[in-house]
Design a protein around this ligand. Structure first.
Ligand code: HEM
Length: 209
Protein backbone atom coordinates (compact mmCIF):
# COMPACT_ATOMS: atom_id res chain seq x y z
CA UNK A 1 0.00 0.00 0.00
CA UNK A 2 1.29 3.47 -0.85
CA UNK A 3 1.08 6.32 1.68
CA UNK A 4 1.41 10.04 0.81
CA UNK A 5 3.48 11.96 3.36
CA UNK A 6 3.65 15.76 3.40
CA UNK A 7 7.43 16.01 3.85
CA UNK A 8 8.10 19.50 2.44
CA UNK A 9 5.88 22.29 3.85
CA UNK A 10 5.52 25.47 1.83
CA UNK A 11 8.11 27.51 3.81
CA UNK A 12 10.69 24.75 3.21
CA UNK A 13 9.97 24.64 -0.52
CA UNK A 14 10.25 28.44 -0.80
CA UNK A 15 13.55 28.36 1.13
CA UNK A 16 14.84 25.49 -1.02
CA UNK A 17 13.85 27.10 -4.35
CA UNK A 18 15.52 30.44 -3.52
CA UNK A 19 18.56 28.65 -2.08
CA UNK A 20 18.99 26.33 -5.10
CA UNK A 21 18.74 29.22 -7.59
CA UNK A 22 20.95 31.47 -5.43
CA UNK A 23 23.69 28.88 -4.93
CA UNK A 24 23.80 28.13 -8.68
CA UNK A 25 24.23 31.85 -9.48
CA UNK A 26 26.87 32.10 -6.72
CA UNK A 27 28.81 29.12 -8.10
CA UNK A 28 28.91 30.53 -11.66
CA UNK A 29 29.64 34.13 -10.63
CA UNK A 30 32.21 32.79 -8.11
CA UNK A 31 34.01 30.84 -10.85
CA UNK A 32 33.97 34.02 -12.98
CA UNK A 33 35.56 35.97 -10.11
CA UNK A 34 38.48 33.50 -9.99
CA UNK A 35 39.50 34.59 -13.52
CA UNK A 36 39.59 38.37 -13.32
CA UNK A 37 41.56 38.87 -16.56
CA UNK A 38 39.67 36.37 -18.76
CA UNK A 39 36.24 36.90 -20.31
CA UNK A 40 34.62 33.62 -19.24
CA UNK A 41 31.01 32.44 -18.80
CA UNK A 42 29.71 35.41 -20.83
CA UNK A 43 29.89 37.72 -17.78
CA UNK A 44 31.98 40.84 -17.28
CA UNK A 45 34.04 40.93 -14.06
CA UNK A 46 31.97 43.86 -12.70
CA UNK A 47 28.73 42.02 -13.49
CA UNK A 48 30.03 38.92 -11.65
CA UNK A 49 30.89 41.06 -8.58
CA UNK A 50 27.38 42.59 -8.51
CA UNK A 51 25.62 39.23 -9.04
CA UNK A 52 27.77 37.55 -6.36
CA UNK A 53 27.05 40.32 -3.85
CA UNK A 54 23.28 40.47 -4.52
CA UNK A 55 22.75 36.68 -4.50
CA UNK A 56 25.11 36.28 -1.54
CA UNK A 57 22.88 38.62 0.50
CA UNK A 58 19.71 36.88 -0.80
CA UNK A 59 20.99 33.38 0.12
CA UNK A 60 22.16 34.62 3.56
CA UNK A 61 18.80 36.25 4.44
CA UNK A 62 17.00 33.17 3.07
CA UNK A 63 19.20 30.99 5.31
CA UNK A 64 17.43 32.55 8.31
CA UNK A 65 14.18 31.04 6.96
CA UNK A 66 15.79 27.58 7.09
CA UNK A 67 17.16 28.12 10.63
CA UNK A 68 13.97 29.63 12.11
CA UNK A 69 11.78 27.16 10.18
CA UNK A 70 13.72 24.35 11.79
CA UNK A 71 13.58 25.95 15.25
CA UNK A 72 9.84 26.60 15.19
CA UNK A 73 8.40 23.65 13.22
CA UNK A 74 8.51 19.87 13.53
CA UNK A 75 10.97 19.68 10.61
CA UNK A 76 13.75 19.89 13.23
CA UNK A 77 13.08 16.27 14.21
CA UNK A 78 14.69 15.12 10.95
CA UNK A 79 17.96 16.89 11.86
CA UNK A 80 18.49 15.35 15.32
CA UNK A 81 21.95 13.84 15.72
CA UNK A 82 21.86 10.30 17.09
CA UNK A 83 25.44 9.27 17.89
CA UNK A 84 24.60 5.67 18.92
CA UNK A 85 25.37 3.35 15.97
CA UNK A 86 26.01 6.33 13.68
CA UNK A 87 29.07 4.92 11.88
CA UNK A 88 27.31 1.58 11.38
CA UNK A 89 24.24 3.27 9.84
CA UNK A 90 26.38 5.42 7.56
CA UNK A 91 28.40 2.39 6.39
CA UNK A 92 25.19 0.47 5.71
CA UNK A 93 23.80 3.29 3.56
CA UNK A 94 27.13 3.79 1.74
CA UNK A 95 27.22 0.06 1.01
CA UNK A 96 23.70 0.29 -0.41
CA UNK A 97 24.66 3.20 -2.71
CA UNK A 98 27.81 1.47 -3.96
CA UNK A 99 26.56 -2.11 -4.21
CA UNK A 100 23.00 -3.00 -3.09
CA UNK A 101 21.38 -0.38 -5.34
CA UNK A 102 22.84 -2.04 -8.43
CA UNK A 103 21.65 -5.48 -7.33
CA UNK A 104 18.06 -4.30 -6.83
CA UNK A 105 18.24 -4.63 -3.01
CA UNK A 106 15.73 -2.83 -0.73
CA UNK A 107 16.68 0.57 0.80
CA UNK A 108 18.20 -0.22 4.24
CA UNK A 109 16.43 2.83 5.76
CA UNK A 110 13.01 3.13 4.10
CA UNK A 111 11.33 6.53 4.43
CA UNK A 112 8.40 7.02 6.79
CA UNK A 113 6.67 9.78 8.80
CA UNK A 114 9.56 9.46 11.29
CA UNK A 115 12.41 9.22 8.77
CA UNK A 116 12.58 11.69 5.88
CA UNK A 117 16.29 11.17 5.10
CA UNK A 118 18.59 8.18 4.99
CA UNK A 119 21.64 8.53 7.32
CA UNK A 120 24.03 9.75 4.60
CA UNK A 121 21.55 12.39 3.41
CA UNK A 122 20.80 13.49 6.96
CA UNK A 123 24.42 14.00 8.03
CA UNK A 124 25.46 15.59 4.75
CA UNK A 125 22.55 18.06 5.13
CA UNK A 126 23.59 18.77 8.72
CA UNK A 127 27.21 19.43 7.70
CA UNK A 128 26.27 21.60 4.72
CA UNK A 129 23.49 23.56 6.42
CA UNK A 130 24.90 23.99 9.93
CA UNK A 131 28.67 24.10 9.25
CA UNK A 132 29.42 25.04 5.63
CA UNK A 133 26.63 27.62 5.16
CA UNK A 134 27.47 29.61 8.34
CA UNK A 135 31.19 29.65 7.39
CA UNK A 136 30.31 30.79 3.84
CA UNK A 137 27.97 33.51 5.12
CA UNK A 138 30.36 34.83 7.81
CA UNK A 139 33.40 34.88 5.50
CA UNK A 140 31.21 36.38 2.74
CA UNK A 141 30.08 39.25 5.01
CA UNK A 142 33.71 39.78 6.06
CA UNK A 143 34.82 40.00 2.41
CA UNK A 144 32.01 42.48 1.73
CA UNK A 145 33.35 44.64 4.59
CA UNK A 146 37.11 43.86 4.56
CA UNK A 147 37.78 46.57 7.18
CA UNK A 148 36.25 44.10 9.69
CA UNK A 149 38.94 41.49 9.01
CA UNK A 150 41.95 41.31 11.34
CA UNK A 151 45.16 42.18 9.53
CA UNK A 152 47.34 39.19 10.42
CA UNK A 153 46.79 35.70 11.84
CA UNK A 154 50.35 34.58 12.72
CA UNK A 155 52.19 35.33 9.46
CA UNK A 156 49.13 34.98 7.22
CA UNK A 157 47.11 37.90 5.89
CA UNK A 158 43.58 37.90 7.41
CA UNK A 159 42.04 38.73 4.02
CA UNK A 160 43.90 35.84 2.39
CA UNK A 161 42.68 33.36 5.03
CA UNK A 162 39.07 34.64 4.81
CA UNK A 163 39.07 34.38 1.00
CA UNK A 164 40.72 30.94 1.21
CA UNK A 165 38.00 29.57 3.52
CA UNK A 166 35.23 31.26 1.51
CA UNK A 167 36.39 29.82 -1.83
CA UNK A 168 37.34 26.42 -0.32
CA UNK A 169 33.97 25.87 1.35
CA UNK A 170 32.25 27.24 -1.79
CA UNK A 171 34.05 24.51 -3.72
CA UNK A 172 32.83 21.84 -1.25
CA UNK A 173 29.25 23.13 -1.57
CA UNK A 174 29.58 22.85 -5.39
CA UNK A 175 30.61 19.20 -4.98
CA UNK A 176 27.72 18.66 -2.53
CA UNK A 177 25.31 20.03 -5.16
CA UNK A 178 26.47 17.54 -7.80
CA UNK A 179 26.20 14.59 -5.35
CA UNK A 180 22.85 15.95 -4.03
CA UNK A 181 21.37 15.99 -7.55
CA UNK A 182 22.61 12.46 -8.22
CA UNK A 183 21.28 11.08 -4.92
CA UNK A 184 17.95 12.92 -5.38
CA UNK A 185 17.56 11.15 -8.73
CA UNK A 186 17.58 7.76 -6.93
CA UNK A 187 13.98 6.99 -6.13
CA UNK A 188 11.03 5.04 -7.48
CA UNK A 189 11.69 6.96 -10.70
CA UNK A 190 14.48 9.49 -11.44
CA UNK A 191 12.06 12.44 -11.14
CA UNK A 192 10.18 11.25 -8.06
CA UNK A 193 12.15 13.24 -5.44
CA UNK A 194 12.25 16.34 -7.66
CA UNK A 195 8.45 16.24 -7.89
CA UNK A 196 8.27 16.01 -4.08
CA UNK A 197 10.34 19.16 -3.50
CA UNK A 198 7.89 20.97 -5.84
CA UNK A 199 4.54 19.66 -4.57
CA UNK A 200 5.52 18.80 -0.99
CA UNK A 201 4.30 15.20 -1.04
CA UNK A 202 6.29 11.99 -1.10
CA UNK A 203 4.83 8.54 -1.79
CA UNK A 204 6.24 5.79 0.41
CA UNK A 205 5.46 2.10 0.62
CA UNK A 206 3.53 1.61 3.84
CA UNK A 207 3.29 -1.60 5.87
CA UNK A 208 -0.30 -0.69 6.91
CA UNK A 209 -2.91 -2.80 5.12
C1 HEM B 1 19.17 22.76 -8.71
C2 HEM B 1 19.45 22.65 -7.43
C3 HEM B 1 18.80 21.68 -6.48
C4 HEM B 1 17.88 20.69 -6.70
C5 HEM B 1 17.22 20.29 -8.03
C6 HEM B 1 17.61 20.07 -5.43
C7 HEM B 1 16.74 19.01 -5.22
C8 HEM B 1 16.33 18.55 -3.99
C9 HEM B 1 15.36 17.50 -3.77
C10 HEM B 1 14.70 16.71 -4.88
C11 HEM B 1 15.18 17.36 -2.44
C12 HEM B 1 14.23 16.39 -1.74
C13 HEM B 1 14.76 15.02 -1.69
C14 HEM B 1 15.97 14.91 -0.82
O1 HEM B 1 15.92 15.21 0.39
O2 HEM B 1 16.99 14.50 -1.37
C15 HEM B 1 16.05 18.32 -1.77
C16 HEM B 1 16.14 18.52 -0.42
C17 HEM B 1 17.09 19.30 0.19
N1 HEM B 1 18.03 20.08 -0.44
FE1 HEM B 1 18.20 20.35 -2.43
N2 HEM B 1 18.35 20.69 -4.45
C18 HEM B 1 19.11 21.68 -5.05
C19 HEM B 1 20.00 22.51 -4.43
C20 HEM B 1 20.31 22.48 -3.09
C21 HEM B 1 21.34 23.26 -2.47
C22 HEM B 1 22.26 24.23 -3.22
C23 HEM B 1 21.31 22.97 -1.13
C24 HEM B 1 22.18 23.49 0.00
C25 HEM B 1 23.24 24.23 -0.14
C26 HEM B 1 20.25 22.01 -0.92
C27 HEM B 1 19.89 21.49 0.30
C28 HEM B 1 18.82 20.66 0.52
C29 HEM B 1 18.36 20.25 1.85
C30 HEM B 1 18.96 20.66 3.20
C31 HEM B 1 17.25 19.44 1.64
C32 HEM B 1 16.37 18.80 2.72
C33 HEM B 1 15.37 19.85 3.22
C34 HEM B 1 14.41 19.28 4.25
O3 HEM B 1 13.54 18.50 3.86
O4 HEM B 1 14.55 19.63 5.45
N3 HEM B 1 19.66 21.73 -2.13
N4 HEM B 1 16.74 19.02 -2.75
Amino acid sequence: MTERIYFYPIWLRIWHGINALGIIVLIFSGIRLQYSDLNVLGMGFGQAVSLHNIFGILVSVNYLLFVFGNIFTSNKKYYRIKPKGLIKRIKKQAWFYTSGLFKGEEQPFPLSEKRKFNPLQKYSYIIVMYLFMPILIITGIALLFPELIIEKVYSFSGIFLTAFFHAGIGFLVSIFLVVHLYVASIGKSPLDNFRSIFNGYHDVESKKK
